[in-house]
Design a protein around this ligand. Structure first.
Ligand SMILES: Cc1ncc(COP(=O)(O)O)c(C=O)c1O
Length: 455
């Protein structure tokens, strides 16, 4: 089936939040409510708060509820908004899983791909969920974790009666690799294990029939702002309509437990606007763009670049295939005033969207094709060795800590995770012991100082 045939058809969708804000602006002349800027200042006019008629995010029953229902119709899910990124949706998803386990008189235990974003770490620290990690395969970047249905089946079948409550995976990962969620979800369903997906990078996969919810995930978090025309911070928590209604019933409560009581209406309105854009052809624009990206990828491959990842709207080049590091390739882009999403020793990652325009795509391609090829520069693949755990992440997070040079921390226990953003994927997790392998990885990724337990 072609991508186009898989794409869901939507009826044209209204914009209740945008309409309310517009009407408010034209109807009232003075604001005696928060925020303090009173709508004065360029771009501040639409920044309102939960005034009469504006609904209330965490007890939505008016315009926000209507807008979230519109988003749910697009994604084929019970959809809830986050104005604080997927980070908030991920914390809510983990909390909902703990609540579900508690209702069944069980301890919450989550089997998780080790390439989890830092927000998952904060979620387990806050909820005290137990985690069992699945580590990357040899030769894989620590940003990836190729989880297959076979691997999950093997792990779950050795769990006996002690099944985890949920499996948590990150797909797509930062480099653009996706996993086969359909097959993994079939294994999870067979074993009565929930499937949670960090789909922060993949909201748009809905237009390719590859969204985690349609592939059987019970819940997923999408950063709308990463790939759709939405303001930074706009994200979704999606719950599968076929999942236990317990999750839908408790979703807003879970989000409100970690979220601010002052969600940004600029962000909520941009999520609302995205519904209308998508139902009016933005999905088609993304599909068209991805065909163009595919042509660009073919040209890069013909030139000699090795590419990784199967995400259609992202390009990740293996820098060593043309004799450079990712840092060096990034310099070439910067010389031409082009900004990449991410780079490290091995990779350079570019995130695109229909907002880039064909001239920008042409410039990007031209710069990458102007790079003077050298003999492959083997910077060496990293090896991820499973670290030893001294205590749980939660215990470690509550100890006093001290900052020290990573290279001098051999044998110390990590307190809080030290990661830059991007990619915000921790090399070592709170409670784990700093070993030589971790020191090597800290060095490789430029992490000079870390926080260790002070005892
Ligand atoms: C894989 C992954 N998960 C989760 C997040 C958190 O998303 P947000 O920035 O929307 O909170 C990010 C952010 O970069 C991410 O890359």
């Amino acid at each position: 089936m072609s991508n186009k045939e898989k794409k869901p058809a939507y009826k044209s969708i209204n914009t209740p939040i945008c309409d309310f804000v517009e009407q408010y602006r034209s109807s009232f002349s003075a604001r005696f409510h928060m925020p303090g800027h009173k709508g004065k200042g360029n771009g501040y006019e639409n920044d309102i708060t939960e005034i009469t008629g504006a609904d209330s995010l965490y007890s939505a029953s008016g315009i926000i509820a209507e807008s979230m229902k519109n988003a749910g119709d697009i994604f084929g899910a019970d959809t809830f908004y986050s104005a604080e990124g997927s980070s908030l949706s991920i914390r809510a998803m983990v909390y909902l899983t703990c609540l579900y386990a508690k209702n069944k008189n069980k301890k919450c235990r989550i089997l998780a791909g080790r390439n989890a974003h830092k927000s998952f770490l904060s979620a387990i620290i806050l909820t005290n969920a137990e985690v069992e990690w699945i580590y990357p395969q040899d030769g894989e970047s620590y940003l990836s974790c190729s989880v297959t249905a076979e691997r999950i089946k093997e792990i779950l079948s050795s769990s006996g009666k002690d099944m985890p409550t949920a499996l948590y995976i990150t797909s797509p990962d930062y480099l653009g690799n996706t996993v086969d969620i359909s097959s993994i979800s079939a294994v999870c369903k067979n074993c009565g294990v929930l499937l949670l997906v960090d789909n922060a990078h993949g909201a748009y996969l809905r237009f390719f029939g590859r969204h985690p919810i349609e592939q059987g995930a019970d819940m997923c978090a999408d950063s709308a702002h990463k790939t759709l025309p939405v303001l930074t911070g706009g994200a979704y928590l999606h719950i599968n309509r076929a999942a236990d209604k317990f999750f839908k019933k408790n979703a807003l409560g879970a989000l409100s437990l970690f979220g601010s009581t002052s969600p940004s209406y600029l962000i909520l309105a941009s999520l609302d606007r995205a519904n209308a854009l998508i139902s009016n052809g933005y999905d088609e624009k993304i599909i068209k763009l991805c065909k163009e990206i595919d042509r660009i990828k073919q040209k890069l491959i013909s030139y000699g670049y090795k590419l990784i990842g199967d995400e259609p709207m992202k390009i990740t080049v293996c820098a060593e295939s043309v004799g450079y590091t990712g840092y060096e390739l990034n310099e070439k882009l910067l010389d031409n005033r082009l900004i990449a999403e991410f780079f490290d020793f091995n990779y350079l990652t570019l995130m695109l969207s229909p907002e880039n325009g064909s001239d920008e795509l042409a410039r990007l391609l031209s710069v990458l094709l102007s790079v003077q090829k050298k003999a492959p520069n083997i910077v060496g693949e990293e090896r991820y060795i499973k670290p030893e755990k001294a205590m749980s992440a939660r215990e470690a997070a509550f100890y006093p800590s001290v900052k020290m040079r990573a290279k001098d921390a051999l044998g110390k226990v990590l307190a809080t995770v030290s990661v830059g953003c991007p990619p915000a994927v921790p090399i070592l997790v709170s409670g784990e012991i700093v070993d030589e392998n971790a020191i090597e990885l800290f060095k490789r990724y430029g992490i000079e100082y870390i926080d260790v337990i002070d005892k």
